[in-house]
Write a protein that binds this ligand. Structure first.
Ligand SMILES: Cc1cc2nc3c(=O)[nH]c(=O)nc-3n(C[C@H](O)[C@H](O)[C@H](O)COP(=O)(O)OP(=O)(O)OC[C@H]3O[C@@H](n4cnc5c(N)ncnc54)[C@H](O)[C@@H]3O)c2cc1C
Length: 392
């Protein structure tokens, strides 16, 4: 059966795209070599953060996404049966602290730029920061509270988005690996070939997370998406002592860095079940998933700088995945400038969960010619900073 659109990848981004494209009346097929949320979307956290984004296009995308996450909650409650669990969306709020004197001024300047861009970023003194988080290390040099920061359970959210897409007519094809493109006589992509057959389509959307670079290659295009490894520590259960997403101001520097070497920063929060999640690291070493003890040690050490009581906590497990890193730090959303029929929705690095809904809406708008809610140009695959040349 010929689809209007084939979406490659059933992670959070592919799932969000499938739902809105099906909602626009398009016949959509989602193909994944494994299953729903079987890639990075199951290997990270579900933070939806304004707090770590400087004024600019990525901040605008997450601000739009937050509004869409608010709406999605209510829409899914109407659309889906009780068989699909709640997506655990919560505006928990974030608290960013500078644990060193040198970190204070950059944090406050960053927050001022964010406020000018419409973010609710409230400077707190040490005493008020300790009212929000009583177990915080004494004497933080600066603190900013971000009430808009939210979270969601990414695996449940991806599955719910796909269930909603199916209720709008989308089909899912799991256990099929995309190995090539179908093309017409003009070179336009007219579908994909998988290891199990062919899926003709009017357009192909590449949403294969950190594997998007290699899938782009088999589709006859290049895309500079690279895997950037990250790990998170999970403690054993304990009484609830962390009430927000709390992180060290140096996290923002790690997010925006190009450095391939190990970078760590503290992002700490508790779960409803009583465990504490302590993230995270960033390192570019291909798809090497070996346990990185340097990263674990560094993350743990930095976390105790923020919450000294964590020095007595036991780590129950360590998990991680590969963020889809883009060299210019922006996701790529829109039509490939070289290969007609190929579209991209990928390269969200450590923010793909948070940005998924805004990405999907923007993609739908540029694909269907609707006026977009945001300027699509900064995310365009044709932007100068990517330097994508002619088709390979
Ligand atoms: C440790 C860590 C913490 C993170 N924390 C956060 C966070 O708090 N907030 C946030 O927003 N983001 C976070 N992220 C990043 C986030 O998880 C990713 O940006 C997001 O999951 C990417 O989603 P995706 O749908 O693009 O990719 P994926 O979820 O990886 O989905 C891609 C899919 O493509 C499929 N695929 C690959 N190749 C093929 C092929 N040839 N044929 C068919 N299918 C194929 C895969 O099976 C996979 O299911 C974190 C990441 C890590 C590693």
């Amino acid at each position: 059966m010929r689809a209007d659109v084939v979406v490659v990848g059933a992670g959070i981004v592919g799932a969000a795209c499938a739902r809105v494209l099906a909602g626009a009346g398009l016949a959509v097929t989602v193909i994944d070599r494994s299953g729903a949320a079987s890639g990075t979307s199951a290997q990270g956290e579900g933070n939806i953060l304004v707090s770590d984004k400087d004024a600019g296009p990525e901040l605008a995308l997450v601000q739009r996404s937050l509004r869409l996450w608010d709406e999605l909650q209510a829409e899914l409650a109407d659309e889906l049966t009780a068989a699909v669990p709640a997506i655990e969306y919560e505006r928990k709020g974030g608290l960013v602290v500078a644990t060193t004197e040198t970190g204070a001024a950059p944090l406050l300047a960053f927050a001022a730029r964010q406020r000018a861009a419409g973010v609710d970023a409230r400077e707190l003194d040490d005493a008020v920061a300790h009212v929000l988080e009583p177990d915080l290390a004494p004497g933080v040099h600066a603190a900013v509270h971000y009430p808009e920061d939210a979270q969601v359970q990414p695996v449940i959210a991806a599955e719910a988005l796909l269930a909603s897409a199916r209720s709008r007519g989308a089909r899912t094809a799991y256990g099929e690996r995309v190995v090539g493109a179908l093309r017409d006589g003009d070179g336009r992509i007219t579908g994909v070939r998988t290891d199990r057959g062919e899926h003709p389509a009017g357009a192909v959307v590449l949403a294969a997370g950190p594997w998007s670079g290699e899938v782009a290659t088999v589709l006859g295009a290049s895309l500079p998406v690279r895997p950037r490894r990250g790990v998170v520590l999970v403690t054993t259960r304990m009484p609830h002592r962390v009430f927000h997403k709390v992180y060290d101001a140096d996290y923002v520097g790690a997010v925006g860095s190009d450095d391939a070497a190990l970078q760590t920063s503290s992002v700490i929060e508790s779960t409803a079940g009583g465990t504490v999640l302590v993230g995270s690291s960033r390192r570019q070493a291909g798809f090497d998933a070996a346990l990185d003890l340097d990263a674990v040690r560094e993350i743990a050490r930095k976390a105790t700088r923020v919450f000294p009581f964590l020095a007595d906590a036991a780590v129950m497990r360590v998990y991680g995945g590969f963020r889809p890193f883009m060299p210019d730090h922006l996701p790529v959303i829109g039509a490939d400038p070289r290969v007609a029929g190929l579209w991209h929705a990928t390269g969200h690095e450590g923010a793909g969960v948070g940005l998924a809904l805004g990405t999907a809406e923007l993609l739908r708008d540029v694909m269907t010619g609707r006026p977009p809610a945001l300027d699509p140009e900064p995310f365009s695959p044709a932007r100068a900073s990517l330097g994508l040349g002619a088709a390979a």
